[in-house]
Design a protein around this ligand. Structure first.
Ligand code: GTR
Length: 425
């Protein structure tokens, strides 16, 4: 009981601290300290990258390794899907427009078991369709008003306004996030949607005793090591496992899988795309700090703030860079560059200063150097475009009016971007 009171007190203090941090946040460009970004095409030994081979065999792996060791954390071992069970499908979804499929991916190791539910909507009577794959925040049943979708039984962050109490969802949360998932538009445009609840892989709380992390612990280990995966890396790993499944799914064109995520899930999508070249396209919707935004700008959310509010998202080594961003051997433009030459879309919102739209744009711009080096167009804009004026090269970017959100407008741009790259439209 005493411990519990102490824990409660500690939690309040931390919350107060996190809020105070939010109040002291810099939102002014003029107050950004001077900084120097590492040049993505200069090797860590000082030499310039002069050939594609050196990029591919030396520079790229070195950058990837630094992000793994210092930012997101390494996956400590290998684990494949133990079993796939399709438990529901229908050709009559969306009033006959779509094929719906629900299945589980099972992961088993020693005494550890995890079930990950996958929900798919695909254009009907087609095989080999390109798809968008993305995590949802509160369960598959929240993305559309479809009573056939099973309510998640996983731990979910409480949200009494939609009936999520005691970390369990209720019927009340069905379709609660439907505005973020325009399934009908996606299907009508000829794409499929594959979505998974991110907490199936790792519940979003500072607790490493649940989710996928314990599968890899040695005896008596309770937490990942300093350079081992936090939650973002675990979610990214989960996306690759979904990709393993999609490679065996004849209804899906596994060569045209776009991985997409909003906010923290955008961070996960970027890290998944950087690690796994099977993702043909990567889309970051307002991923902000630790996602597409440059850390060295220290505007909006900073490394210290994110590590304080969400100590479980990154690896422990990342703590070294609290108020010490200049010591980071990498910055987020280099994460984006790891995706080259595959199509990459970075989106910001005007009302989302917390995620630093300016830093998201600049990271996309500086990542262009690698795209151009590899012989494709990077971002076709030198300056930040006007609000609601998307630009689309092999890197796409827009800043939308409105707040931090995944909206129909965002999706419409992603569909256009996919049309451009998959269909030459
Ligand atoms: C915020 C966090 C951001 C972003 C966001 C979200 O509170 O500071 O980095 O990830 O949550 O995921 O909605």
């Amino acid at each position: 009981m005493k411990n519990f009171t102490l824990l409660l007190l500690f939690s309040f203090l931390m919350l107060g601290y996190a809020n105070a941090q939010r109040e002291n946040v810099n939102y002014e460009e003029s107050k950004i300290p001077e900084y120097k970004l590492p040049d993505v095409l200069t090797r860590f030994n000082g030499r310039k990258v002069k050939s594609e081979k050196v990029w591919l065999k030396k520079q790229r792996p070195e950058i990837l390794e630094l992000f793994a060791n210092e930012v997101y954390g390494k996956v400590p071992g290998e684990l494949g899907i133990s079993e796939i069970k399709v438990w529901e499908s229908s050709d009559n979804a969306l009033n006959g427009l779509a094929h719906r499929k629900q299945l589980s991916l099972f992961f088993n190791k020693n005494e550890h078991h995890l079930e990950v539910n996958v929900l798919m909507y695909l254009p009907k009577d087609k095989e080999n369709v390109p798809v968008f794959v993305g995590y949802n925040f509160t369960g598959n049943h929240t993305v559309i008003n479809d009573p056939a979708i099973r309510l998640t039984e996983s731990w979910v962050n409480n949200n009494p306004s939609i009936g999520i109490i005691n970390n369990q969802v209720t019927e009340q949360s069905r379709a609660s996030d439907e505005d973020s998932w325009p399934v009908e538009e996606i299907i009508k445009a000829g794409y499929g949607l594959v979505t998974i609840y991110y907490g199936d892989i790792d519940p979003d709380k500072n607790d490493f005793s649940d989710g996928i992390h314990p599968f890899f612990y040695h005896e008596n280990q309770l937490n990942p090591k300093h350079n081992e995966w936090g939650s973002v890396a675990a979610w990214a790993w989960g996306l690759s496992k979904v990709m393993d499944y999609l490679e065996q799914e004849p209804l899906v064109d596994a060569k045209k899988v776009a991985v997409l995520g909003h906010s923290r899930l955008g961070k996960a999508a970027l890290w998944a795309g950087a690690n796994d070249p099977r993702f043909a396209m990567v889309i970051s919707n307002e991923s902000g700090c630790g996602g597409a935004a440059l850390s060295r700008r220290k505007i909006g959310e900073t490394v210290r703030i994110i590590n304080t509010s969400f100590p479980h998202w990154f690896c422990d080594n990342f703590l070294k860079y609290n108020d010490n961003e200049d010591k980071l051997p990498v910055d987020q433009h280099m994460l984006l560059a790891l995706i080259a030459p595959r199509p990459l879309y970075v989106a910001s919102a005007d009302g989302d200063k917390w995620a630093d739209p300016g830093g998201e744009f600049l990271a996309a711009k500086y990542a262009s150097a690698v795209y151009e080096f590899l012989g494709v167009e990077g971002l076709p804009a030198k300056e930040m475009p006007e609000v609601n004026q998307p630009v689309m090269g092999t890197i796409g970017y827009h800043i939308r009016s409105g707040k931090h959100d995944l909206t129909l407008y965002d999706w419409q741009q992603y569909i256009k971007f996919a049309d451009k790259h998959y269909r030459g439209k």
